[in-house]
Design a protein around this ligand. Structure first.
Ligand SMILES: C[S@@+](CC[C@H](N)C(=O)[O-])C[C@H]1O[C@@H](n2cnc3c(N)ncnc32)[C@H](O)[C@@H]1O
Length: 212
């Protein structure tokens, strides 16, 4: 996704109540942030925020945290959230590589990976967010029986990701779907990328994996 620089985005983000600067602050007391100990669901690579906003509106007893490495996209998410009065969603400027910094003890119940960058070149395979190095990080922050929900339009990335999960001890595949939209999926919330690909007639692949 190519995004134009936004002048003053750092200051604008810092002034927004939905944004938490974890590059400055590192570890976060999420219970204090949300003022409750409801379950935490995390989206890594949230993009413009449509998916997480919809979930937060539907499930007010779940706390949603969105992460993205792009400040410009985080700002777009802030603007989307500014029209709401949601108390159960926060977004932060962190990379998946630093997940354990902001969740130092396991406490995440669910991780969403939606249309993660495919990194198709062989030499970049370790950058894929379902590479076993990332799966290990997810295991470190997820509670027992916590789940990873992964959606993509890329068959090669999907097959790579299934293999990575199968080879990893302590994670089991619970559901695998090679055509999520073949029948109207119950409770599926579409992301911006998903809408685009579904409108193009592409198949959407999804798995759910559970940690021990
Ligand atoms: C292809 S977009 C998908 C956006 C959104 N999830 C959707 O489905 O519409 C991938 C997103 O992941 C973010 N991203 C890529 N690598 C990341 C990383 N290592 N840590 C955090 N975010 C990352 C990008 O900035 C981008 O917003």
């Amino acid at each position: 996704m190519r995004i134009r620089n936004i002048v003053g985005v750092d200051e604008m983000l810092k002034g927004n109540s939905y944004f938490i600067d974890t590059l400055d602050n590192g570890s976060v007391d999420w219970q204090a942030v949300f003022n409750n100990n409801n379950p935490i669901h995390l989206e890594i690579g949230m993009g413009k925020g449509q998916f997480l906003k919809t979930l937060a509106e539907r499930n007010t007893d779940i706390n949603y945290v969105g992460m993205d490495k792009s400040k410009e996209l985080l700002w777009k998410s802030c603007k989307l959230l500014d029209d709401t009065k949601l108390l159960n969603i926060k977004i932060t400027n962190q990379r998946a590589e630093n997940l354990e910094l902001i969740f130092p003890s396991s406490g995440v119940e669910r991780i969403y990976l939606n249309f993660s960058d495919p990194w198709p070149k062989d030499r970049h395979y370790k950058r894929r967010l379902t590479h076993n190095g990332f799966l290990q990080r997810y295991k470190n922050v997820l509670v027992s029986k916590g789940e990873i929900h992964f959606k993509t339009d890329g068959l090669a990335l999907f097959e790579f990701s299934l293999e990575e999960v199968k080879q990893m001890k302590g994670i089991e595949l619970k559901e695998v779907n090679f055509d999520l939209h073949k029948e109207e999926p119950i409770d599926n919330v579409m992301t911006e990328y998903e809408e685009k690909f579904v409108n193009m007639g592409k198949a959407i692949y999804k798995f759910i994996a559970v940690v021990e």
